[in-house]
Structures are given as C-alpha cells and as structure tokens.
Design a protein around this ligand. Structure first.
Ligand code: FES
Length: 113
C-alpha cells in the first residue's frame, strides 16, 4: 500500500560534533531507537501500513531522542530502546499515546485544546 501510512514515525538521528552545546539525538542512542521501531513494526507485520523513518533535527534537541508520530502529531522525548514496544503497542496499535513520554510542550498544547 502506498503512502499515506496509517502511522508514520519519525526518529531524529541527527548527529553533531562532540561538545556541541545543543547535543544531538545520535549521541543518546537514536539509531538504536530507530532500528527498534523498524524491528517492532516488522515483527507485527504492518509493513505498508506503518513506517519508521530517520529524520534530521526536529528542533527539540534538549528532549532527545526525539520522535514524532503522524498523523496525530504526538511528540515523544527521551525515547529509549526499551520504550519502543510500548509506543508501538499502546499508541500505534491501540491508539493510546504513551503520556509519560510526551514532550512537555506537547502536553501543554493538548491540555489547552
Ligand atoms: S538533534 Fe534531535 S531534535 Fe535536534
């Protein structure tokens, strides 16, 4: 099935040089997080419906590893490999975003809407 996907996950894998004050998601394990999303989606046989892609800087560096899920536009921060099965099961499969991982600014926006 061609895009649009039912769920499209973007994982920032941007890398900056060591010592850069902004830091980067790559130094926090972003490639491993991306690989975990791909493996989890493969395991569930949802290829063509759900997809995980590497992304450049999502401009939320201090919250990295940064992940955004569309079409909802849910922003996750501090994502670790061990969080990936929960995001896939709860959010992508069951439609319930994982509140404890939602970035603070996104929580505020959701609360006001
Ligand atoms: S480096 Fe990942 S959001 Fe900027």
């Amino acid at each position: 099935m061609p895009p649009p996907f039912q769920s499209h996950v973007f994982v920032c894998t941007n890398r900056r040089p060591d010592g850069n004050p902004k830091g980067c998601c790559a130094s926090k394990g972003a490639e491993e997080v991306r690989a975990a999303f791909k493996a989890e989606l493969d395991k569930r046989g949802v290829k063509g419906r759900m997809r995980a892609n590497a992304a450049g800087c999502l401009d939320t560096c201090s919250f990295g590893v940064s992940v955004v899920v569309y079409p909802e536009g849910t922003w996750y921060g501090g994502v670790k490999v061990e969080d990936v099965p929960e995001i896939v099961e709860e959010h992508l499969m069951q439609g319930r975003p994982v509140a404890r991982l939602v970035m603070p600014f996104a929580r505020k926006e959701k609360a006001e809407s």
